[in-house]
Design a protein around this ligand. Structure first.
Ligand code: HEM
Length: 421
């Protein structure tokens, strides 16, 4: 056991690297959840059957007839949800401490791939119970893929193995979920760890680089052990109290109302309520992904500091930007929903312009105006400015997701959370 930990860590680390608020143990917790996913996934696999006629009943069998079946299913479900949330928080911490630049830029790109993989793992797993929730959530999500230009429809047909969900879709999702994606995830995680070691450990602020070296056992491993125990306790409590969802068996002739995409795609689904599909499903998500992949390669004014939010000025401008982005996104949603529907108002003009180019230009205009007049006042360096753009995108994305998950009800109309399900 001792040597397993020593393979994951160097023998000694800088004292300051062992402080909990450096990383909040988020990367380590993600690893633990992956292990949990693998173990519970293999256990479920003993009884699950990936055929439309049998899948739902096999899940019912696991729930009611297998010893601890419901609990294991819940553990698998909740560790998947937590994994996505923790990987997202880890991604935020890496960015907000500036650890995505210089010798860590390759690892940032591989980290983005890991995030994508975790989304795909959750997405492919979503269909497997073959209940109404799964069937219709995957139907709307793959419809979103169909909006991609040129190859969208073909890609949708390839993913579904036909024009709608069928036995081939379930078999393909099952194979990706249980074999290809986990294998890829393991390879990428190992590479990710190796890159952290290659970069000399985590990024530390300048003043702490000379901190004394201490043995990794027990200084770091003990803290990791406590975090691991706490995470397992939370996971157990959640799995004991809250069951993974399971509605009636999938019925292709009767759709749910509202039909919502899985929660991690709720932001994109919300965008579709306001923008032409070409912009909501393609231009905006692609621009965000290009921005995220591009930021490590920009030229910055100063080396990375390793300090949260770069500086006091960076923290203040990020706070102001998060508030502004949240308010403007909420305001935009309400305005478009109740007051000004560009597509109806400008009906003689093609929707691509009235509901695509026009609202996109308005959003970009708002962002540009904000950066020009408001952030100028902070006299930001280049890295603080990039941080503000990042914070803007993340805050808007979180608001869109929350509205999509909690405030959309029947016919996808805006409503209060207690009417949303
Ligand atoms: C399965 C998902 C992931 C796992 C298991 C994982 C694991 C880890 C671990 C254990 C560390 C060491 C320090 C820490 O705990 O923060 C780390 C560092 C790092 N991770 Fe991840 N990570 C994952 C996803 C990501 C994502 C989504 C990104 C960003 C897009 C990312 C980028 C990085 C970078 C750049 C570092 C170096 C940070 C530094 O030197 O301070 N990782 N990761």
């Amino acid at each position: 056991m001792h040597s397993i930990f020593l393979h994951l860590h160097p023998r000694q680390v800088k004292q300051s690297a062992t402080r909990f608020n450096r990383t909040f143990g988020l990367g380590g917790m993600a690893v633990l959840l992956i292990v949990c996913q693998l173990i519970t996934g293999v256990l479920l696999r003993f009884y699950y059957s990936p055929f439309p006629a049998e899948a739902y009943n096999s899940v019912l069998f696991i729930k009611h007839n297998v010893l601890f079946g419901q609990f294991v299913r819940n553990m698998h479900y909740w560790s998947g949800v937590f994994l996505l949330l923790l990987a997202f928080l880890h991604f935020l911490r890496v960015f907000l401490t500036g650890a995505f630049r210089d010798k860590r830029k390759t690892n940032w790109i591989f980290g983005l791939m890991l995030l994508l993989l975790i989304v795909l793992l959750n997405f492919t797993g979503y269909l497997l119970p073959w209940d109404q929730l799964a069937y219709w959530a995957i139907t709307v999500s793959t419809n979103i893929i169909g909006y991609l230009p040129i190859f969208g429809q073909s890609l949708r047909t390839i993913i579904l193995g036909g024009n709608e969900l069928n036995a081939d879709t379930l078999r393909a999702f099952f194979t990706f979920h249980t074999a290809l994606l986990p294998l890829l995830l393991l390879v990428l995680v190992v590479y990710h760890f190796w890159q952290v070691r290659k970069a000399g450990g985590i990024l530390l602020p300048d003043g702490e680089k000379e901190s004394e070296m201490v043995p990794v056992m027990p200084n770091l491993v003990f803290k990791e052990f406590i975090v691991a125990l706490a995470l397992i306790a939370v996971l157990f409590i959640f799995s004991a109290l809250f069951n993974a969802p399971l509605l009636q068996k999938a019925n292709p002739t009767f759709s749910l109302n509202p039909t919502k995409a899985p929660w991690y795609f709720a932001g994109v689904q919300e965008l579709l309520m306001h923008f032409h599909p070409f912009f909501a499903a393609f231009i905006i998500p692609t621009s965000v992904m290009v921005f995220l992949a591009w930021i490590p390669f920009l030229k910055y004014d100063n080396p990375p500091t390793g300090i949260w939010f770069i500086s006091e000025k960076g923290r203040k401008s990020s706070e102001a930007t998060a508030k502004f982005a949240s308010i403007i996104t909420l305001f935009g949603i309400l305005f478009n929903e109740y007051l000004l529907n560009f597509e109806l108002l400008l009906s003689p003009i093609p929707a691509f312009i009235s509901n695509g180019i026009l609202p996109t230009l308005i959003v970009v205009g708002f962002m540009a105006g904000y950066y020009k007049y408001y952030l100028k006042k902070f006299k930001l360096s280049k890295e603080e400015l990039v941080q503000a753009v990042f914070v803007f995108i993340i805050a808007a994305f979180i608001v869109l997701t929350l509205v999509g998950v909690f405030f959309r009800g029947k016919d996808m109309a805006l409503t209060f959370p207690w009417n949303a399900w």
